[in-house]
Write a protein that binds this ligand. Structure first.
Ligand code: ATP
Length: 439
């Protein structure tokens, strides 16, 4: 199967099964913004909950924050985004399409859209922030921006959180939230969009210990991706060379994934030094130094940041899980999502629509739901078709109420990946599933 086909198939599966729809589709869509349907929103919640659990709940040294999307406009001057958050833009002299100048398909000088050679003049820099107005006046004084990253909310709250949570450096601030970038060339489905969600963590450390923490966070974050069931051979580090570094960074590494369209960034880990706290101190006129208990040393902490997109994590999870297989001569499409990520954990089928099987099936389904185990009840069509539908949806366990159930109270549980079938007592099903979700 060609890799380009995989993306097409994934996009169509996501639409068919209710994972992802194009935003404003009935108006022709926007291409750069996507909506998450019933299964997509569940996968998204699972991604966020697993990140929050690993980064906040399971640690003593990271605090959570939910800062606002709209911030004081001076924040974006201090952060360097007003002057520096831009990409080089070129425009085709023939069809007037605009592209990011550093895309490999544009660097040859030929327009990817109309084919004109030597189509582009000098690149100009294009600021990626969305501008808007705060309050009822639309003038320069009221101009503000939709945040292009969540990080700045963590910097301006550094002392609030440190004091309120009585944390000592080293400690971190974690946030999940929307970010907006007016990307010149969005694309590849939910890989690069203009509205997206980030999971970012800023770890404040004593200067001099930053390089060690940078190495630690590289390893911790890579291990998290592997813990989601992503194939390790599809993940690698890419160290940024001096010409690739962002304006704030001393060192940066990307965790890359091999998408169907090639190796590209999945998560960024950056040593941002004291750049951000230093700039906010300068622009706000407020001291942001930390006073170390005991030594009474005053210093601006250095920051090691880990930044990953929720949408991009979903794309990685979906692309990594997508398989086309042949089972006993029949083709099947399966989304082998790790059970903790899967939107539905179980599907309950009565083998036939009689002999009390539907009633018992519904009861099992309701028992699971009461325990917050997302389950789906389906009595329509042949059992084979019902299995195939759930394979494509990514449901790890299909539970069939059949003849023996009515005698001994056991159900058939079929594993999505191995196709192995085991008998489990219906009464023990909640525990059986829970055990596998926490393993
Ligand atoms: P690029 O150079 O590819 O534009 P970046 O290096 O500017 O991206 P960061 O600022 O490091 O990206 O953003 C952190 C993370 O946020 C990225 O690794 C990615 O997972 C996610 N992300 C960034 N931009 C987008 C976008 N436009 N759409 C979806 N996710 C994004």
């Amino acid at each position: 199967m060609a890799d380009a086909d995989v993306m097409d198939k994934l996009v169509s599966l996501c639409k068919r099964r209710g994972y992802v729809f194009q935003s404003s589709e009935i108006y022709g869509g926007t291409g750069s913004v996507w909506d998450y349907g019933p299964l997509g929103v569940e996968l998204k919640r699972n991604v966020k909950e697993l990140w929050w659990s690993a980064m906040v709940h399971q640690r003593d040294d990271i605090e959570g924050l939910d800062s606002a999307i709209l911030m004081h406009p001076r924040v974006w001057e201090a952060s360097g985004h007003v002057d520096g958050f831009s990409d080089p833009l070129v425009e085709c002299s023939n069809c007037h399409r605009r592209y990011r100048a550093d895309l490999p398909e544009v660097e040859s000088g030929q327009c990817p859209s109309c084919g004109t050679r030597e189509a582009f003049g000098e690149a100009r820099s294009f600021n990626l922030m969305f501008k808007t107005f705060m309050g009822p006046v639309e003038d320069a004084a009221a101009t503000t921006y939709l945040r292009p990253e969540t990080a700045q909310g963590s910097y301006v709250n550094f002392l609030n959180i440190q004091g309120a949570a009585r944390q000592r450096v080293p400690f971190g601030i974690a946030q999940i939230g929307k970010a907006f970038r007016n990307e010149i060339t969005p694309g590849n489905f939910i890989f690069r969009t203009r509205e997206f969600e980030q999971m970012e963590m800023q770890f404040f450390v004593r200067p001099g210990t930053d390089e060690e923490w940078f190495e630690t966070w590289k390893e911790v974050r890579m291990a998290w991706h592997v813990s989601l069931g992503i194939r390790p051979e599809k993940l690698r580090f890419h160290e940024h060379g001096p010409d690739e570094l962002a304006h704030y960074a001393k060192a940066a590494v990307d965790i890359e994934y091999e998408y169907p369209f090639g190796w590209k960034e999945f998560e960024g880990i950056h040593n941002r030094t004291d750049f951000d706290l230093g700039r906010h101190q300068e622009y706000s006129g407020k001291r942001l130094e930390y006073i170390e208990p005991g030594s009474n040393d005053r210093f601006l902490p250095f920051v090691v940041e880990t930044a990953v997109g929720v949408d991009r994590t979903m794309l990685v999870a979906l692309a990594d899980a997508y398989r086309e297989e042949e089972v006993a001569g029949d083709a099947r499409v399966v989304l082998a999502l790790q059970p903790r990520l899967a939107p539905l954990k179980a599907a309950i089928f009565p083998l036939v629509k009689k002999d009390g099987m539907p009633e018992l099936g519904r009861k099992i389904h309701e028992d699971l739901r009461k325990e917050s185990i997302p389950s789906f009840y389906d009595e329509a069509g042949s059992i084979g078709r019902r299995y195939r539908r759930q394979d494509e949806t990514g449901t790890p366990w299909c539970v069939t109420v059949d003849g023996p159930t009515m005698d001994d109270g056991t159900v058939t549980v079929r594993d999505r990946d191995t196709l192995e079938q085991v008998r489990v007592s219906a009464d023990a099903l909640v525990g059986w599933i829970r055990e596998r979700l926490t393993a």
